[in-house]
Design a protein around this ligand. Structure first.
Ligand code: PMP
Length: 362
């Protein structure tokens, strides 16, 4: 109610210099909402992609998106992923009501206000744990009923903006294990705390490495700036592959009853961005590999521009005559001005390309 009143006041306030510090969304330096360039680009591609339509998604969502979500939070080389001890179910953004009813859920004091409603409406007993002071936080963890669910902010704690240190996370994990509590991570700001998706996933990955089963509610509202597209994923790590199959089927039942089918648009945006990242990483790798092979071949000249240039193309500096020889002798084709598309290189042909370059510049 108080929040609704203050919103009314904000809109009614005619002062041209008013400052809105209550908004939970990113604004640019001019105070304007910002559509991330990558999201804009993906949206344009989606408009012209002939394979897309408005059919229902599966009940557990777009599988490429939920797999990408798991990779993003757990790490691409996560053991849980390799061992298929994980699953992802698409959600309407933030935290879903998905755990065993009757359990007690502990949320931090203070926390994002909606946690009370989300878990309360889902039929849980909701209690709070003291957050600010690590000593009282540990005390609350120790004195809570064994087997309680603890909602932990994965990073960028809302509203305090204070995260536990790595040492404190280790302590939290130790007590959670000792008390047989269940860790439920709420991850609404991955990438916002440190600027790195990996660094911000440290606590979650620590718990997984320590052998915990966990739930992670991932929201893409903030880090993709797609608040109203309602895009999120519940990623679960289990102990066995069979458990992952069973949990997926239970979560599908819950999704079916609560939302029937998840929305596609935001998931397609995040999914495509993951593809973009995959592409970008591969191109960077091919730049490095090209230079590595040229160095290995002791090819005359300085080739550092290949790794310092960014994007899809590289100006090799080869002459028209050299390009011609490469084409005729090695069947490697590029534009006459020596521009190559890095995307045409791969692990199988990069050595051959380097050998061709080596041959023509000697
Ligand atoms: N958890 C926390 C801690 C949040 O701050 C928010 C957004 N304010 C959310 C979850 C979920 O937001 P959304 O439902 O838009 O993803």
């Amino acid at each position: 109610m108080a929040q609704a009143d203050s919103k009314k006041d904000l809109h009614a306030d005619q002062d041209p210099n008013k400052i809105n510090l209550g908004i939970g969304a990113y604004r640019d330096n001019d105070g304007k909402p910002w559509i991330l360039p990558v999201v804009k680009k993906v949206k344009q591609n989606l408009l012209t992609d002939p394979t897309l339509n408005h059919e229902y998604l599966a009940i557990d969502g777009l599988r490429t998106f939920t797999d990408a979500s798991a990779k993003m939070i757990l790490g691409a080389d996560s053991r849980a992923i390799k061992e298929k001890r994980f699953l992802g179910v698409q959600q309407i953004s933030g935290t879903g009501a998905v755990l065993k009813k009757g359990a007690t859920v502990y949320i931090s004091d203070p926390t994002w206000g909606n946690h009370f409603q989300i878990f309360g409406d889902a039929g849980f007993t909701v209690k709070t744990y003291k957050y600010w002071n690590p000593a009282t936080l540990y005390y609350c963890l120790k004195t809570a009923d064994s087997g309680s669910i603890f909602v932990l902010h994965a990073c960028a704690h809302n509203p305090t903006g204070v995260d536990p240190t790595q040492e404190q996370w280790k302590q939290i994990a130790a007590i959670i294990k000792e008390k047989n509590h269940f860790p439920f991570f709420d991850c609404a700001y991955q990438g916002f705390a440190s600027g790195s998706l990996d660094k911000d996933a440290w606590a979650v990955r620590y718990f997984v490495d320590a052998g915990f089963e966990i739930f992670v509610a991932q929201s893409y509202s903030k880090n993709f700036g797609i608040y109203s597209e309602r895009c999120g994923c519940l990623t679960v790590v289990t102990s066995t592959e069979q458990q992952a199959i069973n949990v997926r089927s239970q979560l599908c039942r819950l999704n079916r009853a609560s939302i029937s089918n998840p929305p596609a648009y935001g998931a397609r945006i995040v999914n495509a961005e993951d593809n973009l990242r995959t592409m970008a990483n591969r191109i960077i790798k091919m730049r490095e590999e090209t230079v590595r092979h040229l160095t290995d071949l002791k090819t005359p000249g300085n080739w550092s521009h290949i790794t310092s240039q960014i994007g899809m193309f590289s100006y090799t500096g080869l002459t028209v005559a050299q390009v011609k020889v490469i084409k005729e002798k090695f069947h490697v084709y590029m534009t006459d001005n020596g521009r190559i598309s890095m995307a045409g290189l791969n692990e199988n042909n990069v050595r051959r390309f380097a050998e061709a370059v080596d041959y023509v510049v000697r």
